[in-house]
Design a protein around this ligand. Structure first.
Ligand code: AMP
Length: 398
């Protein structure tokens, strides 16, 4: 069975075609600058040369059709007929409290995605356009919505309630939702398998740290807490996002600089985090290089980042009254061994010891980086959100 996975951004569309008998990627690619001059499709078929097609893509409908044409292209294609695609899995950002798992798209699902536009103003509209474009291009083929928020819907009230007047929760649904759910679900499940834990008696903490970042506490396979909130701005320090901050500091800056609330949130989302503290870059590689060259602010940014991750991990040990495994994933978590070492040096109170050689060795690949006598297993597990979306889609349509 072949499953197409689609991830629509406001001006982009990423795709991967999976052969689910072997769970392998047949082709993947990205349409960029949709609706903007200079749009292009980069297509990478497995076992063939990649190609770039520069062509106007005024909207996602045109982009989806271009992707399908490319998949059946006599030279660059990987299938003979679009009819070989059994279903399409869509990454969708926000479903608020409506869906706790993935679901086959119908009119109700589309209405929910639409109702959540306010919560994900950049992503949800694009996600819906992607779904409708596939419905148009492949009539009769099932579309499945896989929500970033779904895995976190098992959080108890004490974890998701903000301590603000209750009416805002009742009127607007203001609460913690959490994101990167597909990744946290995929990685925590894998960690339980790899560490040989009993799922129904397991305590796993996932540190998904990339350009965006979030930690989650997964008790007996279910999420009980996560660091992102109503939006992906809360929690860890990120590439350009502040994470946790005193709201009164935001008011103070706004008053001093004559900025309104929307401008302030834009600054917290786009000009803060590692970029904001270091003044160098949002990319950990650049900031690490600057720190090595003696840039004090770059060093502070990296240590503040590590400290924030360590504090979240500590709070989740408390939330679950223990931990069996801590897992690193995403761009930084999978590749940045020095950052993992920085974070793990805060964990000696847990009886955790790190095998420095193993930590250095596992970059972008799965492995255990704690020593055999460490009280808690510390692992690197590459995330694969696309495969997880394909697996969930298959589960619902087979
Ligand atoms: P993601 O958002 O998961 O794609 O992660 C992007 C982040 O991962 C960027 O800030 C990169 O600096 C970081 N990253 C990717 N590869 C490496 C690497 N080899 N060493 C250090 N950081 C890396």
């Amino acid at each position: 069975m072949k499953i197409l996975v689609i991830n629509c951004g406001s001006s982009s569309l990423k795709y991967q075609l999976f052969d689910m008998t072997s769970e392998t990627v047949m082709a993947k690619g990205i349409c960029e600058r949709i609706g903007i001059q200079g749009s292009a499709l980069t297509h990478k078929p497995s076992g063939k040369d990649s190609c770039v097609v520069e062509k106007d893509m005024p909207d996602h409908k045109v982009a989806v059709q271009m992707v399908l044409d490319m998949l059946v292209d006599p030279v660059h294609g990987v299938i003979a007929d679009v009819k070989e695609i059994s279903a399409v899995g869509h990454r969708v950002l926000h479903a608020a409290q409506k869906y706790i798992e993935s679901i086959v798209v119908n009119e109700d699902v589309k209405a929910t995605v639409r109702e959540c536009f306010d919560f994900g103003p950049l992503h949800n509209p694009a996600n819906l356009i992607g779904i409708e474009a596939c419905e148009h291009a492949m009539p009769g083929v099932k579309n499945v919505a896989v929500f970033d928020t779904a895995f976190h819907q098992t959080m108890p009230e004490k974890a998701y309630m903000y301590a603000i007047p209750y009416e805002y929760y009742e009127k607007y649904g203001i609460r913690k939702y959490g994101f990167h759910g597909t990744s946290h679900a995929f990685v925590s499940k894998k960690a339980i398998e790899v560490a040989g834990l009993d799922k129904d008696n397991s305590k796993v903490i996932v540190c998904h740290i990339g350009n965006g970042g979030s930690c989650s506490a997964v008790l007996n396979g279910k999420c009980v807490d996560t660091s992102m909130g109503l939006t992906p701005l809360e929690g860890l320090i990120m590439g350009t996002r502040s994470g946790d901050i005193d709201p009164a500091a935001v008011q103070f800056i706004a008053n001093k600089e004559g900025k309104d609330i929307n401008e302030m949130v834009e600054i917290l989302n786009k000009k803060s985090g590692i970029l904001g503290i270091s003044g160098v870059s949002s990319d950990f590689r650049d900031v690490t290089k600057a720190s090595k060259e003696g840039n004090h602010r770059a060093e502070v940014a990296l240590e503040a980042f590590a400290y924030r991750v360590a504090k979240y991990v500590g709070s989740y040990v408390a939330a679950m009254n223990g931990v069996d495994a801590i897992v690193f994933t995403a761009g930084v978590g999978e590749n940045d061994a020095p950052m993992r070492a920085r974070i793990c040096k805060y964990f000696t109170y847990l009886g955790i010891t790190i095998d420095e050689e193993a930590n250095d060795k596992f970059r972008g690949v799965e492995g255990t980086i704690s020593t055999p006598d460490s009280k808690v297993k510390v692992m690197v597990i590459p995330t694969n959100e696309e495969l997880k979306i394909a697996q969930e889609t298959l589960e619902l349509v087979k």
